[in-house]
Design a protein around this ligand. Structure first.
Ligand code: ZN
Length: 347
């Protein structure tokens, strides 16, 4: 058994076509500006097709609730706004529309982009909240301190401690239920916020039907005393079995136009991935497509996709879920369209 699991860790899939997947995180309850942004992204993706007619897919890592800062201040206890509330109906609708058109694929990023008691301890301590994070802007959880954005840890005091399996399991069950309530289906792909998680989270996801775990190729078990990421305690390769139930995928290319990332550099990274016959999973967060950076980010995304089509005419577009299923030999949509072999890794 040990031999088999070690062997698995030393093998990774080899693709016969370049695969490019856009992976976007942090979409969740908030104002209409997100709906307009998603609609623009949807229309842009719809204009491109691979040889077999498939559009580029942007996976949407969905956050299911945000803090209700005003209610918290008034009541002194944790309260949140949830994605299934009528106010957020148009957001759910545009996500479902994009998924129906196969330009989006919906992934579970979490019930919240933090562990609620960590947020409450932070607020109770009266520490300064960031300027951009206030009553009105409470939905912008990406503006919280980075350590607070990790969900799967007890960070009441730093360094953080692991949460018990029972608490994690209960929380995962709640988020899966709300995801199902919003979208009418169970999440099959999970993206742990800030890539901080542990065995407890893998066990919980795996036991509740999640098939794919998005990783940056490693796992961070917690936060140090200064809030920085703890050193990674585990590495992952594409297709690696996790808890015997899920497959890991590696997302380690980055396209954040609002931070100055350029499409030509991303194309070089895609070439590098293709030279290794590995898929290119490209991280791009919500903040790029909102506010002052929205137009330039959309233009940059358009140029990136034009570059992909020109440089990789045999590219295959698909979701991360489809890629993982293809590795399993269970793919149907892609049967014959993407051959996956397995290579031994040297280390
Ligand atoms: Zn996130």
């Amino acid at each position: 058994m040990l031999y088999l699991s070690r062997l698995n860790a030393l093998k990774a899939p080899v693709l016969d076509r370049p695969v490019v997947i856009l992976e976007s995180d942090d979409w969740g309850p908030g104002p209409e500006v997100q709906v307009r942004a998603l609609d623009e992204i949807r229309l842009l993706l719809s204009r491109f097709r691979d040889e077999r007619g498939r559009h580029p897919v942007m996976t949407m890592g969905v956050i299911l609730s945000v803090p209700d800062v005003q209610a918290i201040e008034e009541s002194g206890r944790y309260q949140a706004r949830y994605l299934n509330e009528p106010e957020f109906r148009s957001l759910v609708d545009i996500l479902k529309q994009g998924a129906g058109e196969a330009v989006f694929d919906l992934q579970l990023h979490g019930m919240a982009h933090y562990w609620p008691s960590n947020l409450m301890t932070f607020l109770d301590r009266g520490e300064d909240v960031p300027d951009r994070w206030s009553k009105r802007e409470g939905w912008r959880t990406e503006s919280l301190p980075s350590w607070l954005q990790s969900r799967w840890i007890d960070a009441g005091t730093l360094p953080s401690k692991p949460l018990s399996y029972e608490r994690v399991r209960e929380a995962v069950a709640d988020e899966i239920e709300l995801f199902r309530c919003c979208f009418g289906m169970d999440p099959k792909v999970a993206v742990p916020p800030t890539f901080v998680w542990g065995d407890n989270v893998e066990r919980a996801y795996g036991s509740m039907g999640v098939e794919v775990l998005i990783t940056p190729g490693r796992r961070y078990p917690g936060r140090k005393g200064d809030g920085a990421l703890m050193d990674s305690d585990k590495q992952y390769v594409n297709g690696q079995l996790v808890c015997g139930k899920m497959k890991a995928l590696v997302r380690d290319l980055y396209f954040e136009p609002a931070l100055g990332h350029r499409g030509d550099k991303v194309l070089e990274k895609i070439s590098w991935k293709w030279s290794r016959r590995e898929p290119a999973l490209i991280e791009t967060h919500r903040f790029n497509y909102l506010g002052e950076h929205a137009r330039t980010s959309l233009d940059a995304l358009e140029r990136l996709l034009e570059g992909v089509m020109e440089k990789f005419p045999a590219v295959r577009f698909m979701s991360s879920r489809e890629l993982a299923r293809e590795m399993d030999g269970q793919g149907t949509i892609w049967k014959g369209g993407l051959e996956v072999a397995w290579k031994r890794l040297r280390s």
